[in-house]
Ligand binder design. Structure first.
Ligand code: GLY
Ligand code: MN
Ligand code: MN
Length: 456
């Protein structure tokens, strides 16, 4: 297996966990991703379907995993089948090596492997007489169509005694719940990709200069990811100078960096499929103005308070309350919000400038799967449990067009984002090496300038 950083046992354990949740006498089917056309005959770099990857570690398109669970009276209670593209010398010389069926079985820990061409024959046989079928409904149009065709084929044999599964179960929530809790090996990968990504943010601070373009800083970040093994960004990097920071998903990265403006960078690498999601905001010329520093420190205070409150039993609701109070009070003290402070806090007035959520689950997807609410009380955000990983990313955004505030605040956009794992006792901040305090950032950037001067 190429750079998975996980072992066969990790993937077998995941499948075992899913088998334990499957009803007796059932079949579960999961499909790999497809190549996606970028233009004419060129494709985007392939990204495996994350649920399929979670269960297999198999990184080729089109493959299909079938998990069969029989009844307890059977001697072998479950088995796995991996269908994949056949070896093909001509295709491989043009497009790359294929794993093939021999290695699929030996390297991926499945019981049976077969060529994709065999699936239409075999799947109806595996589905026959099973009570339940699980798959990710609505996730993959091609799989939806195939499943319907396989079910039809079984039903067509009804007069010969064949019977198709009667319970069709959407497995989306089951997979999401499994993926929400990270194992020790997963946490190790997430630590590593955080260190790589933190280094990229540090490099961005070092390379930032008035007159450079946003895309040049993006290139420094991607360089730093790739040279440490995270070949891809986990999502399109946001490199937003000045007022561009007030566009939350700004990925144009095409403009010049100006003096006395901030640069907001939201970028994280992907390692063995796992994402980091880090944001830092810093002065392009290395020194915060008084107004930038005031807003930055306020966002940082709220972020530190939120992180400190992460422990089993607390929830995002507790954190939202803390952050809301800190940001609203701070904005009031700066004169950006006016009125009665208690009333402002009661109505969470900071949301005028803190226009997104405080954080989200993180893992194989940057906005990772996992239910945010308590199972029994859907109105309540669920309590944190060890193994969950989330981002904490408060921000304040005051666009140039905001005429409600004094001109001196306009054009400032700040977000600070770290990745936090919930532990037995509290939490672990995985984001350890991206400079964050005003003093750290200014010191780093001053040191780079000094070095450049002495070398000149
Ligand atoms: N990078 C997207 C986010 O922070 O949610
Ligand atoms: Mn995020
Ligand atoms: Mn982010």
């Amino acid at each position: 297996m190429k750079q998975t950083l996980l072992t066969i046992e990790d993937f077998i354990n995941r499948r075992e966990k899913l088998f334990a949740l499957m009803p007796e006498n059932s079949v579960a089917i999961f499909a790999a991703g497809h190549e996606v056309t970028r233009s004419n005959d060129t494709e985007y770099l392939f990204c495996q379907d994350k649920n399929f990857y979670y269960l297999t570690g198999f990184n080729e398109p089109e493959a299909i995993l079938v998990m069969v669970k029989t009844t307890p009276s059977d001697t072998k209670q479950h088995s796995t089948y991996l269908f994949s593209l056949e070896k093909d010398a001509l295709q491989e010389v043009w497009h790359g090596r294929r794993i093939g069926q021999v290695k699929a079985k030996s390297d991926y820990g499945v019981d049976h492997s077969a060529e994709l061409a065999e699936i239409d024959q075999l799947l109806p046989e595996l589905l026959n007489q099973k009570q339940s079928l699980l798959y990710l409904q609505g996730d993959n149009d091609q799989l939806d169509k195939k499943v319907n065709a396989w079910l039809k084929k079984v039903q067509a044999g009804n007069r010969l005694g064949k019977k198709a599964p009667q319970n069709i179960i959407n497995a989306t929530a089951l997979l999401a719940e499994l993926r929400l809790f990270k194992s020790a090996n997963e946490l190790n990968i997430m630590r590593k990709v955080n260190v790589i990504s933190g280094g990229a943010h540090q490099r961005a601070m070092e390379k930032s200069a008035v007159g450079k373009y946003e895309y040049q800083i993006e290139a420094e970040i991607l360089h730093e990811f790739a040279r440490h093994g995270a070949r891809h960004a986990a999502y399109n990097s946001i490199v937003a100078g000045g007022d561009n920071a007030n566009i939350l998903h700004y990925t144009d990265n095409s403009e010049v960096l100006n003096d006395n403006e901030l640069l907001l960078i939201d970028a994280g690498g992907e390692l063995a499929g796992y994402a980091a999601d880090i944001t830092r905001t810093f002065p392009i010329n290395g020194k915060f103005t008084a107004e930038q520093k005031a807003i930055y420190q306020l966002v940082l205070d709220s972020q530190l308070a939120a992180i400190a409150a992460i422990k089993p039993g607390n929830s995002l609701a507790n954190l939202n309350e803390l952050v809301g109070e800190i940001l609203t009070t701070g904005l009031f003290e700066l004169g950006i919000l006016t009125g009665d402070l208690n009333e402002l806090i009661a109505e969470n007035a900071c949301k005028k400038y803190f226009i997104h959520g405080l954080g989200h689950w993180l893992g194989l997807d940057v906005h990772d799967v996992g239910d945010y609410h308590a199972n029994d009380k859907r109105q309540q955000l669920r309590a944190f449990e060890p193994g969950m990983v989330m981002t904490i990313e408060p921000g304040l955004y005051i666009p140039l067009t905001d005429t409600d505030v004094d001109e001196k605040w306009r054009g400032i956009g700040v977000r600070i984002e770290d990745n936090i794992a919930v532990t037995d006792q509290g939490h672990e901040n995985l984001t350890v090496n991206a400079p964050k305090s005003v003093a750290e950032i200014e010191a780093l950037m001053a040191a780079v300038k000094l070095k450049a001067k002495t070398e000149a």
